[in-house]
Structure formats: structure tokens, C-alpha cells
Design a protein around this ligand. Structure first.
Ligand code: FE
Length: 198
């Protein structure tokens, strides 16, 4: 995996930019620190908790699909300064796969840092050209009768998948259901639980 350490020339550019913005009163050190803390704090656990809630609470499910950004607010997750969140509902005949074809746009507030494969040029190109093939390599076999819709996450709109609740989970509470969900399930490269790997 590539290092997260920025290159020296990028760091120098960043320092100049921050210096210019703070000098003009557009940004404060406190704004930066708070934004950085929110990014560091974010993880797929947030997205998992929201999907688990949607699985047990039909009213929340409706709100989540209608307006992901507002649903985040219900969970105390602010999207201030971030693009809105859209939520893609999987059905028995439709599976969603999220990709950023241009770079690596990812709903960080609900999923944390993007996995290394999400940023790879191979995933970005092949997810569009041959989604069924890419998913099969993951061990995710989408039945022939189920359509796959590939959705491009962009700088203007970020997407998360609301997968179908797996069978065999009747009576499970939200916390237990959330254990079935990680970054892979929430962008659609894997299916949660027993539906999934073969
Ligand atoms: Fe991007």
C-alpha cells in the first residue's frame, strides 16, 4: 500500500495555500484542526450503523434513501464542507457498485479513508467495463438475472450502498447487524453476511 505521507513538494504547496487562506481570514487553524479530527475519526462503522438502522426501522430507511445528508445529521455526523451523500438501495433485481472513475471520491464522513484498491486505476477502469467480472474476482457472484448499476462518485456527490438485509438475521439487533457491514459491503464489492462469499 502506498504511504500516506505527502511528498515534500505537495507539503510545500499546501503550506503556501493554508498560509494564504489564513492570512485572508478565509480559514482558521481551528477550522483545519476540527476538519482533520473529523476525517481521522470517520470509519465504516458510521455507515454500518446507518444501514443497520435502516434494516430495522422502515421510516429511517425511507429517510436515508430520500436524503443521505439529512440522515447523517440524525446520527450526529455533520457533512458541513463536504458534498452531499446519496444512498443507493439494492433490491432483488438490482445491485449497485460505487466507483470514482476520475480519482478517488469517497464518502469519507461515513466510511473513513478509501481502501487502496478503491483508488487503483485497475478498479476504476474495470468496475465500469466489466463490473460482473470484477465482482466475481472478489468472490461476489451476482446472479445473471440481477442488473448491476455502476455509480460514479464525484466531487459533487458521494454515494453509499444500502445492501439487502441477509436472510438468517431475523431478531438481530442493530449492533449485531452492523458487524456484517464494512467498506466493501457499503460500496457494493461484497454482499453482507451469508449471501456473500462462495
Ligand atoms: Fe474522485
Amino acid at each position: 500500500m502506498a504511504s500516506r505521507e505527502p511528498a515534500p513538494e505537495h507539503l510545500a504547496l499546501l503550506e503556501k495555500l493554508v498560509g494564504a487562506l489564513t492570512a485572508r481570514g478565509i480559514l482558521t487553524e481551528a477550522d483545519l484542526a476540527s476538519k482533520k479530527a473529523a476525517t481521522e475519526r470517520a470509519s465504516p462503522a458510521a455507515g454500518a450503523a446507518m444501514v443497520a438502522r435502516a434494516w430495522v426501522d422502515p421510516a429511517f430507511r425511507t429517510r436515508l434513501i430520500a436524503d443521505g445528508t439529512a440522515a447523517c445529521e440524525e446520527f450526529g455526523i455533520s457533512l458541513a464542507g463536504n458534498p452531499p451523500l446519496g444512498v443507493l438501495e439494492d433490491t432483488p433485481t438490482l445491485h449497485h457498485l460505487v466507483v470514482c472513475t476520475l480519482c478517488s471520491c469517497y464518502p469519507r464522513v461515513v466510511l473513513g479513508f478509501p481502501p487502496h484498491w478503491y483508488k487503483s486505476s485497475a478498479y476504476r477502469a474495470r468496475a465500469v467495463r466489466d463490473p460482473r467480472g470484477v465482482l466475481a474476482e472478489w468472490g461476489t457472484h451476482i446472479p445473471a438475472g440481477m442488473q448491476i448499476r455502476v455509480v460514479d462518485s464525484t466531487a459533487d456527490y458521494r454515494w453509499m450502498v444500502l445492501p439487502m438485509r441477509p436472510e438468517g438475521t431475523v431478531g438481530w439487533g442493530e449492533a449485531q447487524l452492523a458487524t456484517l457491514l464494512g467498506a466493501e459491503e457499503l460500496v457494493g464489492v461484497a454482499l453482507p453476511g451469508v449471501l456473500a462469499k462462495t
